[in-house]
Design a protein around this ligand. Structure first.
Ligand code: HEM
Length: 127
């Protein structure tokens, strides 16, 4: 009866599960998968960076020191890529977790995606 009740994001194991599940979806996606394939040659390096990024963002700890926007400035992506990225992220969070921390992760992702688009000169509200 209760096997479908989900927990919130509570620790680094949750972050790892979220990141691994999300990039599993990303890599299979026909629209944004190829953008990652062109740049990420070593996923064993990229995934720990993403664990560190989300650990820093959610739990305010760890050793992530980076400039995420810089890595996206020259990517040739448009509004549709950001829409897809967010769809996959939202599906990942909804599938795995429920609760305020997972809401916070989702809100952070939306807000960062919004700011990346604005900084890239993409209108985040276009159809
Ligand atoms: C169109 C949507 C997006 C695409 C195609 C994309 C693609 C990429 C790629 C290819 C990299 C690796 C860059 C490199 O190693 O040179 C990367 C890194 C990264 N992305 Fe994204 N990204 C997108 C949206 C986002 C969003 C919305 C966030 C924030 C929640 C985000 C957070 C990051 C972070 C933290 C890194 C690692 C930066 C570092 O190395 O310090 N990305 N992304």
């Amino acid at each position: 009866m209760y096997q479908n009740v989900k927990d919130d994001i509570v620790d680094e194991a949750s972050i790892k599960l979220m990141v691994d599940t999300f990039y599993g979806k990303v890599r299979q996606d026909a629209l944004i998968g190829p953008v990652f394939d062109a740049v990420v040659h070593d996923w064993d390096e990229h995934l720990p960076t993403m664990y560190a990024f989300w650990t820093n963002l959610i739990f305010r700890r760890g050793d992530y020191r980076g400039n995420p926007f810089a890595k996206h400035a020259s990517l040739d992506v448009g509004r549709e890529h950001f829409v897809r990225w967010l769809q996959l992220f939202e599906a990942t969070v909804a599938e795995l977790f429920r609760g305020p921390v997972s809401e916070q992760a989702l809100n952070a992702a939306k807000s960062i995606a919004h700011s990346f688009q604005v900084r890239k000169g993409i209108d985040p509200f276009s159809a």
